[in-house]
Design a protein. Structure first.
Length: 171
């Protein structure tokens, strides 16, 4: 037969409740779902305060073992051509796991930055080429005539443009 414990106030909501006899008087929170969630949140927070480096060490160990984390997708940047020339396991053994992960992340950030900068440069170069081609086509050449292919559609466009200029009154 279970011993019946006296009512006590819930540590979260303050309402009175009768503890479950299986808890042998240790229950401090009522069984309402909101109070249980808050109790669990507080317990986890206290545990993380007592064990501050647990998650960091676990994630580091998983990354070094090659396991993929559920939170962050793997970055396949260390397989790019110049970086593939480095023997990463030897580097990790030489400098230690924590330093290796820091260096690996820094390299990944630099590679991403370089790729983004190259995309911007490629866009800028394309725009500059288009501007130069437009300028070249609009200005008469002083030397020899540049050789360029002209298809039928561009001939028709230039002829219609010339006829519009001739038909419009000056001024």
């Amino acid at each position: 037969m279970f011993k019946s414990y006296r009512k006590r106030p819930c540590g979260i909501c303050g309402k009175w409740f009768r503890p479950d006899p299986r808890s042998h008087g240790k229950q401090r929170v009522c069984s309402r779902p909101a109070c249980q969630r808050e109790r669990h949140r507080r317990a986890c927070e206290a545990w993380h305060r007592r064990n501050p480096g647990y998650d960091r060490e676990r994630r580091l160990a998983e990354r070094l073992e090659g396991k993929e984390s559920k939170d962050e997708p793997p970055l396949p940047l260390l397989d790019t051509a110049p970086l593939a020339q480095i023997r990463w396991p030897v580097v990790r053994d030489a400098i230690g796991p924590e330093t290796f992960v820091i260096i690996e992340r820094c390299v990944e950030i630099v590679v991403i930055w370089v790729r983004d900068a190259m995309r911007v440069q490629r866009t800028d170069i394309r725009q500059e080429i288009a501007t130069l081609l437009r300028t070249h086509r609009e200005t008469p050449s002083t030397g020899g005539t540049p050789v360029r292919r002209v298809d039928d559609a561009s001939k028709r466009r230039s002829e219609s443009w010339k006829s519009e200029l001739e038909d419009s009154p000056p001024g």
